[in-house]
Design a protein around this ligand. Structure first.
Ligand code: HEM
Length: 121
């Protein structure tokens, strides 16, 4: 069974992305990155299809590649890590088992090099 199916498919991904954005946008360390985003709903839709596809769902991601999407943002490594902390906390809160959270983290970790724009201080 795919990770996507084991966590409950599209409704579970939607709930997770909603809760995850709630956390990130309320984090004063991270919110500034999103200040220039005009359409958060579109961003969340892209995020849903990206995550779903990454964990074995049938969704097709039609957004930009990770390097292009994040290049203008100059995201620091600590800020990337904080986003991952929010993702793990969200999935934990939703009752996703630890080993599945670790698998999701493993699927996303290789993207760090494309997303982080400046080396850690
Ligand atoms: C594994 C980690 C991450 C994944 C999988 C991810 C995924 C995505 C996706 C799928 C998009 C949509 C691209 C599009 O619409 O074409 C996006 C955009 C965006 N991401 Fe991330 N992201 C990650 C980490 C981060 C981090 C660490 C930050 C900031 C601290 C961030 C901030 C943003 C912002 C502000 C946008 C909107 C950019 C724009 O519209 O110009 N992301 N991300």
């Amino acid at each position: 069974m795919s990770i996507y199916d084991s966590i409950g498919g599209a409704p579970a991904v939607k709930l997770a992305v909603d809760k995850f954005y709630g956390r990130v946008l309320n984090d004063p360390q991270l919110a500034p990155y999103f200040a220039g985003v005009s359409d958060i709903d579109k961003l969340k839709a892209h995020q849903r299809s990206f995550i779903a596809a990454a964990i074995g769902g049938p969704e097709v991601y039609r957004g930009r590649d990770m390097g292009a999407a994040h290049a203008r943002l100059c995201i620091t490594e600590p800020d990337f890590d904080k986003v991952v902390v929010h993702l793990v906390a969200t999935l934990t809160e939703l009752g996703v088992p630890g080993e599945i959270i670790a698998d999701i983290g493993g699927a996303l970790a290789p993207l760090k090099a494309d997303i982080v724009g400046v080396p850690a201080a």
